[in-house]
Design a binder for this molecule. Structure first.
Ligand SMILES: NC(=O)c1ccc[n+]([C@@H]2O[C@H](COP(=O)([O-])OP(=O)(O)OC[C@H]3O[C@@H](n4cnc5c(N)ncnc54)[C@H](OP(=O)(O)O)[C@@H]3O)[C@@H](O)[C@H]2O)c1
Length: 295
C-alpha cells in the first residue's frame, strides 16, 4: 500500500515511519521538498503519485505561536492546520484516496468534572469556543470540514504524546529535562488528561490503514491523570527526587497567569476505538514504563 505521509519528520509521524517503513510504501516529502500549503504543487504531486492513503501529521503545533495569530484566517496556523486538511480532503475525494487526519484533545472546551470523558462521537457543535485556543479551533475546524466533506476518512485524536528518544522533547521527557536543568515549574494537580503513547498510536494507525477503518478514533491511556501525577511518577521511576515538585491548580493558572484558553478536563474515552480495532489499551503508567525501558 502506497501511503503519502505529511509532517513525517515530526515527533509523532517520524515514529510511525521508524516502526512501519517495511510494512507500507511510505512517501515522506520534507517541507522543503513539498510545502503542503502550495495547492498547485500538492495537486500535481498527488496526481502523479496516486497514493492509496494520505496520513496528515503536518501542523503548526506550537500553541503559543498559534495564539499570536488568533483570528487571522490568512496566517500560517490557519492555512496549515485548516487549509491543508481541506485541500487533502478535496484531492482524496477526487482520486479515491483514504485520508487519515491526526487530531487533538485541544479541540475540546472541557468537561465539567474530572471523571467525565469525551467519547469518539461526541457532539461538539455546542462547545464554548472561548475556552479553546486558536490552535484548537484550527484543528476543530479541520475535523468539521473532513467529517462533512471527505468520502473516506479516519480522524485519530491523540493527546500529550510521548515516545522513545527523539530530537524534539515530548510530554514525559519534558519533566526529566526540566528537573535536570533545575527549571521545574509548578505542575497542574487538578486537571484530567489521558496521555498517548506514540507506539500504541502507530499500532492503531497500522490497523486503520490495513483494514480501511473510518470515523473518529481515540488513542490514549485507559485511565486519566494530571500533569503532577505523571511528573511525580516519571521522576521517581528514573531515580530523581519528586519532592522537588510543586503544584498549582490549573484553574488558578487559567484565571491569573495565562491568556491562552485551555480546558481543564479533557480525558478521552477509548472503548469504541478498542472495540473497532481489537487492540486493548493500557494505563498511562504501563505506557510510561514501556517508554522508559526503550532508552
Ligand atoms: N505534539 C502534541 O502535543 C500533539 C498533541 C495532540 C495532537 N497532535 C497532532 O499530531 C500531529 C503531529 O504532531 P507532532 O507533535 O508530530 O508535530 P511536529 O513535531 O511539530 O511535526 C509537524 C510536522 O509538520 C511539518 N509541517 C508543518 N507545516 C508544513 C507544511 N506546510 N508542509 C509540510 N510539512 C509541514 C513540520 O515541518 P517543520 O518542522 O519543518 O516545520 C513538522 O515536520 C499534528 O497534526 C498535531 O496537531 C500533536
Amino acid at each position: 500500500m502506497k501511503v503519502l505521509v505529511t509532517g513525517a519528520q515530526g515527533l509523532v509521524g517520524s515514529r510511525f515511519v521508524e516502526l512501519y517503513k517495511n510494512d507500507f510504501e511510505l512517501v515522506c516529502p520534507t517541507i522543503e521538498e513539498l510545502n503542503f500549503k502550495d495547492k498547485t504543487k500538492v495537486t500535481a504531486y498527488i496526481e502523479k503519485l496516486q497514493p492509496d492513503a494520505i496520513v496528515n501529521f503536518a501542523a503548526i503545533t506550537d500553541v503559543r505561536a498559534a495564539q499570536a495569530e488568533v483570528g487571522n484566517l490568512d496566517g500560517n496556523t490557519w492555512k496549515t492546520n485548516f487549509g491543508i486538511p481541506c485541500l487533502l480532503s478535496e484531492l482524496a475525494n477526487k482520486h479515491k484516496i483514504k485520508l487519515v487526519q491526526i487530531s487533538t484533545d485541544l479541540i475540546f472546551s472541557g468537561k465539567d468534572t474530572a471523571d467525565a470523558s469525551y467519547i469518539e462521537n461526541e457532539d461538539l457543535s455546542k462547545q464554548d469556543e472561548k475556552k479553546i485556543s486558536f490552535y484548537g479551533l484550527s484543528k476543530l475546524a479541520a475535523e468539521k470540514y473532513i467529517k462533512e466533506n471527505c468520502e473516506n476518512y479516519c480522524i485519530i485524536r491523540i493527546t500529550y504524546p510521548f515516545r522513545s528518544k527523539f530530537t524534539k522533547t515530548d510530554f514525559v521527557r519534558n519533566f526529566i529535562e526540566l528537573y535536570d536543568s533545575n527549571k521545574l515549574y509548578p505542575m497542574f494537580n487538578d486537571n484530567a488528561i489521558t496521555p498517548t503513547y506514540i507506539d500504541e498510536f502507530c499500532n492503531v494507525l497500522n490497523v486503520v490503514l490495513n483494514r480501511n477503518l473510518s470515523g473518529v478514533l481515540h488513542v490514549c491511556s485507559i485511565n486519566s491523570t494530571s500533569h503532577y501525577e505523571v511528573a511525580k511518577y516519571v521522576l521517581e521511576k528514573t531515580g530523581r527526587d519528586s519532592s522537588k515538585l510543586v503544584t498549582i491548580p490549573m484553574k488558578m493558572f487559567l484565571e491569573k497567569i495565562t491568556i491562552i484558553p485551555r480546558a481543564i478536563y479533557t480525558a478521552m474515552d477509548t472503548k469504541a476505538t478498542q472495540q473497532i480495532t481489537g487492540i486493548s489499551f493500557k494505563t498511562w503508567q504501563h505506557y510510561v514504563d514501556e517508554m522508559l525501558s526503550q532508552n
